[in-house]
Design a protein. Structure first.
Length: 474
């Protein structure tokens, strides 16, 4: 047994109450069945740090991040947290299995890429997705990004390094042969990085593993495996990652030409399987949150909302004779007209972050100076904050209704599911019953989320027919 495996065993045996760890494919590395998904965490948020610490102290040893998550701040938070918790930076001595990704070019990496291009030294195979994000899996970019990731993570080596959605290639190129040529070239680079002792194994995280084979953007595991075999007789291509949830269940339901689904194919090649987006599902380009939400007393909430809207609108109109308010400041009047068009909490948070908060901040700076105006603005900000909190509870109720409906459908289809569990816990039970899932990457941005995930009972036992019935509901 390697020193890495010994370190992991020593760590995981401290948590016998957790579901049994699973072996990540052919890597021989044991991982907790729930992984800390670090997509939306950053180094500035103390709750994110507390959540990671809570997860690790509860027995989670798998951490999944990417070089572009929070523009590198996700990796920084992980590195700083592991150091603060006194985990060794030496790979073989640490029980933590850290996986990162390369592909998206954003933040300082994008600034560097643009500067090189302006100087005629463009990194090869660069794909310009939009103004804020490019994509590249060329060896030159892979090697540069890995060095930065290791520095941010404060590690001398990481367990896994994945090509991140290489299907971005199809943004402006439909040449399938060239697509796999680039993957093969990246694999050759990753094999060398394994030999250098910087990574233990590599793989691909792709949304298009689960797409139909008729789709031009489908990523074929068979073809990727064949390319890995061309690079090495014993390739370190050991892991794949893709979306899997109650709504986006194509990983299980899509039968490939081989007659297998992607889970079965992965087993055939002895690949480790990580699944992501367990609670965030997309259906007809709309995000569905597979989680339970708080309920609030409906009549009282409506009364509070009516009063708050009247109050802020009266305040907005009280100053109309002194100043012409920008549209971006009269959110009371706008929301009274349009708040019923917003369907749920997800849509509300999106509107809040993309429009209300940024436009309000800019608009208030355009107001003329004067004590009366500034006094009015202070009161308006307080009234707006109060209204926004009430609306949050209103949309929380709407999301709760949707979640309870989904939960009811699941329980009706499979009565052995406990009514006492949250929707996210029921979903996790179903995922854990899916053959060949090694770890479920869960967003754990707060200790509360960590607790909800780790409190999931492991007593649900589904047969294949029951699993297929549940996955066919949505």
């Amino acid at each position: 047994m390697s020193s890495k495996s010994q370190s992991i065993d020593s760590f995981l045996t401290k948590f016998p109450e957790l579901p049994a760890p699973r072996i990540l494919g052919e890597t021989a590395i044991k991982v907790s069945p729930f992984g800390f998904g670090a997509y939306r965490v950053n180094n500035e948020n103390k709750f994110h740090k507390k959540a990671l610490e809570e997860a690790i102290n509860s027995g989670i040893n798998l951490i999944d991040t990417s070089s572009n998550y929070s523009l590198g701040s996700s990796e920084e938070m992980i590195g700083n947290s592991l150091k603060a918790m006194a985990f060794p930076e030496n790979y073989d001595e640490s029980p933590m299995v850290v996986i990162s990704k390369v592909g998206y070019v954003q933040g300082t990496a994008l600034e560097r890429a643009k500067q090189l291009k302006s100087q005629g030294q463009e990194i090869p195979d660069m794909i310009e997705i939009n103004a804020n994000a490019w994509h590249c899996i060329h060896p030159e970019y892979i090697e540069w990004t890995l060095q930065n990731s290791l520095q941010r993570l404060k590690l001398n080596k990481i367990s896994g390094y994945l090509l991140h959605n290489p299907e971005c290639f199809f943004k402006n190129n439909m040449d399938t042969t060239e697509y796999y040529n680039r993957i093969e070239k990246a694999f050759s680079c990753l094999e060398n990085l394994c030999k250098q002792g910087l990574i233990d194994f590599y793989g691909i995280s792709s949304n298009s593993f689960v797409s139909s084979e008729q789709s031009h953007e489908h990523t074929s595991l068979i073809e990727c495996w064949n390319r890995a075999q061309k690079v090495s007789k014993n390739p370190r291509f050991k892991i794949i990652q893709f979306p899997y949830n109650l709504v986006e269940s194509e990983a299980w339901t899509n039968q490939l030409k081989s007659g297998l689904n992607i889970f079965d194919q992965a087993k055939e090649y002895k690949m480790g399987v990580l699944v992501n987006r367990p609670f965030n599902a997309f259906k007809q380009d709309r995000l569905m949150r597979l989680a339970s939400f708080a309920h609030h007393e409906e009549a009282q909430l409506k009364a509070e909302l009516h009063t708050a809207l009247q109050d802020i609108i009266a305040h907005e109109r009280s100053i109309e004779d002194k100043v012409s308010l920008p549209q971006e400041l009269i959110w009371g009047q706008i929301l009274r007209t349009h708040f019923q068009e917003i369907e749920d909490l997800i849509d509300w948070i999106d509107l809040l972050n993309s429009q209300i908060v940024p436009t309000y901040q800019k608009a208030k700076n355009r107001l003329p100076p004067g004590r009366d105006i500034q006094s009015w603005l202070l009161v308006h900000e307080a009234k707006l904050q109060s209204l926004l909190k009430i609306l949050y509870r209103n949309y929380e109720n709407q999301s709760a209704i949707k979640s309870e409906h989904i939960k009811g459908q699941l329980i009706e289809a499979c009565p052995k599911i406990s009514k006492k569990l949250s929707l996210s816990q029921i979903a996790l039970q179903i995922y854990l019953n899916t053959p060949h899932v090694d770890s479920i990457l869960c967003g754990m941005r707060s200790p509360t989320y960590v607790g909800d995930i780790l409190d999931t009972p492991m007593d649900l036992d589904l047969n294949r027919q029951e699993l297929e019935t549940l996955l066919s509901l949505f």
